[in-house]
Design a protein around this ligand. Structure first.
Ligand code: F0G
Length: 435
């Protein structure tokens, strides 16, 4: 059923949508709580199942642009602004914190000294960083659907950020939240958010992959609505990363978009959005996607490097805890978009990740370790001749510096660094200023 929505646009009811299995073609109703097909593949929300037919790319771009001046309401959100391409839910169902709206920093050759160091490090002349909160983009859509369906409770497994986001949106929606976390491996900034927002925590003896298996089981048994990226509405919201950054570039496609990869939700969602943007004529050509894994958690890279041999899960081990994932749920979706965008998958060591993070941090931008994999990956791909030095590249910085303060400085726990005596310090400063 299509009805009039908030700003003269149409809206859909989730119950009227059909989810489709990309593997065997089976369909199920959009209000399902069972996100895997009987063949075990996660269902997709098909493109265009709700998009208004016949609206020109120009009209759509103008509509999106017009919403930038909204002072309130969901048009203010960097997700719902693009609702026609995401999920046009009725305004009354939307749980939003004006998410998205994250900055796109130009750090290329012509920019200020500090920022320019990042592009010099990567070996690129035209580099942009898309910086900011990414889990909220999927969560606003997933939680809005959960509330529209009248579910009793929500849950996810997480390396930390999804849990923090789920906790915040569940609190806003007034729903009990359950987060399954790997025992000893969640950065304290993320944990603090989950605790403060009132989520109930289940600490799993094991890693993220164990937590993921458990939450699927428990959610199925207890009828709790699962909000991991296996839920296609989460992925629908994460598509806004691509739409917003293309909008910020005035719909001029970059050559490459480089991003860190763990459970492969972001890779799948961004890839799908790029393909859809091109199909709708919003952009003239599809940027290539480069997905970057940490060497200790690289099953997607291994599959790619072996000519797409079937995914072989690994026992993950990287200090970039956000992407410490060995059995990514969205493997098939991610593979499809890497192929369709002419993309690549690469891997970088923890040393490369922390070296890139130090450069990003010193530029006054900062990010959590997993996010720095994108800049480290861009550097590697330039060095290998895959990305040309003159290419127009956007690197996605997924998480904030303060998420992982234990590893913020690379010099041990914050507050425990050796401080020189004042006289010594003043002498150093004097020397630095006079040299
Ligand atoms: N960067 C950060 C900061 C993340 O938290 C994650 C994923 C990723 C990158 C990778 O994205 O999983 O879609 O490939 N964090 C998840 C979590 C898994 O539980 O917060 P992905």
């Amino acid at each position: 059923m299509v009805s009039e929505g908030g700003d003269g646009t149409t809206s859909v009811s989730v119950r009227d949508l059909l989810l489709r299995c990309p593997q065997c073609g089976a369909t199920t109703s959009g209000d399902t709580t069972q996100f895997r097909c009987t063949c075990s593949t996660p269902f997709d929300l098909p493109d265009a199942s709700f998009e208004p037919a016949g609206e020109s790319a120009e009209a759509l771009r103008a509509r999106f642009h017009g919403r930038l001046s909204a002072l309130g309401g969901s048009a203010r959100s960097g997700v719902w602004r693009y609702r026609e391409l995401i999920l046009p839910l009725a305004e009354e169902h939307i749980i939003s914190r004006q998410e998205g709206n994250t900055p796109l920093y130009a750090v290329g050759a012509g920019e200020r000294d500090g920022w320019r160091k990042i592009s010099m490090y990567a070996g690129l002349e035209r580099l942009f960083l898309k910086h900011g909160s990414f889990k909220d983009r999927g969560m606003t859509v997933g939680m809005s659907v959960a509330r529209a369906l009248g579910v009793r409770a929500v849950a996810c497994a997480s390396t930390g950020n999804t849990a923090a986001s789920l906790a915040a949106y569940a609190a806003q929606a007034g729903l009990p939240a359950l987060v399954f976390l790997p025992g000893n491996n969640v950065a304290s900034g993320k944990l603090a958010q989950s605790i403060a927002y009132g989520a109930r925590r289940v600490t799993v003896a094991g890693d993220f992959d164990d937590a993921m298996r458990q939450v699927e089981e428990v959610a199925g048994q207890l009828g709790i609505y699962l909000l991991n990226s296996i839920n296609p509405y989460r992925l629908a919201g994460q598509r806004s990363i691509a739409y917003e950054l293309l909008h910020q570039l005035n719909w001029q496609s970059p050559d490459w978009i480089v991003l860190p990869a763990g459970n492969l939700g972001n890779t799948s969602a961004i890839g799908a959005a790029l393909l859809r943007a091109a199909e709708r004529g919003l952009i003239a050509r599809v940027p290539r996607l480069a997905s970057v894994q940490a060497t200790g958690a690289d099953p997607f890279y291994r599959s790619f490097a072996s000519g797409w041999r079937a995914l072989a899960p690994v026992h993950a081990h990287t200090r970039a805890t956000a992407i410490n994932i060995g059995a990514p749920v969205s493997y098939a979706r991610a593979r499809a978009v890497i192929e369709a965008t002419g993309g690549v998958v690469t891997e970088v060591s923890d040393d490369e990740i922390f070296a890139a993070k130090a450069i990003i941090d010193r530029a006054g931008t900062g990010c959590e370790p997993a996010s720095a994999a994108s800049v480290a990956g861009a550097r590697r791909l330039v060095a290998e001749g895959v990305i040309a030095p003159g290419a127009h590249v956007v690197a996605v910085l997924t998480g904030h510096l303060l998420k992982d303060i234990e590893q913020a400085t690379g010099e041990g726990p914050v507050g425990e660094q050796e401080q020189p005596e004042v006289d010594e310090l003043l002498r150093d400063i004097h020397q630095a200023l006079s040299s």
